[in-house]
Write a protein that binds this ligand. Structure first.
Ligand code: NAP
Length: 294
């Protein structure tokens, strides 16, 4: 599709943003549907965020993704924020409406999609949702996992981190949240007792991400405590599988990597901007090609 004066603008703001894979995914979906849109990476320094948002409004940008370091900071430039994004404390999807800039967080939808897909094809998986979820890490992505755990109905989220004060602050930050969830904080040394009961174990740390592919948040001695009927979910998408997922598979657990979360958060954003269902397989394939997995 040729770009013209009528072409509608979408994009991603970040710093850095040059290596984002979102343009691959969205421009392939746009081409597949024959739409007159283009998705552009916009490098925006933190000090320029306000000016950039005003500029995007002035030139009629239709929708944006926000990535590091703007996911929290951009919230102060939005006119409407969904309750879920407010509770998570971060926005990754922004669109222009007659109310101004609106924002939400589609990482929760992305996180939940592969779990719900599996439960739809195998109802026994639902039982994993009725057991505690062990969450490794307590950064931005972990907040979407907590919101997702609430939607799944998980009875308890064990938050595991290396800095007790940060773990405690994360747990406390949900105290007055509209998201109903039961959280307990732990150190990594407690994993041996937490893992056998866990229905879902989520790695929301960067441990094991390329190029540190031989690392895992779990030692081999602790990983054997993973139950054979648990789900191990790594938010990392390269390598696939990560060493953590490899350890879990050795115990017979189901392994889910972060690629589908990335695809489905993007698909949810696309649908908000364009108002029609995106070709998810095309988006998935674009990412697989970009990652050299195709
Ligand atoms: P973040 O905000 O920087 O949080 C990272 C978390 O990992 C923090 O709790 C940090 O704890 C912990 N951590 C880092 N290194 C550690 C180590 N060596 N030992 C123990 N804990 C460690 O990052 P994020 O945005 O949440 O991202 C986390 C991971 O999720 C990344 O791998 C990212 O690529 C992935 N992710 C995937 C998707 C997707 O769509 N698939 C989306 C978002 C994120 P401290 O504060 O103690 O350092």
């Amino acid at each position: 599709m040729a770009i013209s004066g009528n072409t509608k603008l979408l994009g991603i703001i970040g710093d850095p943003v040059e290596h984002s894979m979102s343009p691959d995914m969205h421009n392939r979906a746009i081409a597949e549907l024959g739409l007159d849109y283009v998705y552009v990476p916009f490098p925006v320094k933190p000090d320029n965020l306000g000016a950039a948002m005003a500029g995007f409004a002035a030139i009629g940008v239709v929708g944006l993704n926000a990535t590091i370091p703007h996911k929290q900071a951009v919230m102060s430039y939005l006119d409407v924020i969904t309750p879920e994004a407010q509770a998570i404390g971060a926005v990754n999807t922004i669109w222009r409406s007659d109310r101004g800039w609106e924002g939400t967080n589609t990482d929760v939808t992305g996180f939940l999609a592969p779990l719900r897909d599996r439960a739809a094809s195998n109802p026994a998986i639902q039982r994993c949702f009725d057991r505690p979820l062990v969450l490794l890490g307590h950064g931005g992505a972990a907040r979407a996992v907590v919101a997702g755990a609430s939607q799944l109905g998980c009875p308890l989220v064990h938050v595991v981190g290396r800095t007790p004060e940060k773990v405690e602050a994360f747990v406390r930050s949900w105290d007055n949240s509209p998201i109903a969830v039961n959280l307990k904080g732990h150190s990594f040394s407690e994993l041996g007792t937490l893992l056998p009961e866990a229905g879902i174990i989520v790695n929301a740390t960067p441990i094991g991400m390329h190029p540190q592919i031989s690392q895992s948040p779990l030692s081999d001695a602790v990983a054997v405590r993973i139950s054979s009927d648990a789900i191990a979910y790594d938010l990392i998408y390269t390598p696939s599988p990560t060493f953590f997922l490899h350890q879990a598979q050795r115990q017979g657990a189901i392994a889910i990597d972060g690629l589908e979360m990335l695809v489905r958060q993007g698909a949810a954003a696309f649908e908000i901007w364009v108002g029609q269902a995106p070709p998810i397989e095309t988006m998935r394939q674009a990412l697989r090609e970009r990652l050299g997995l195709a």
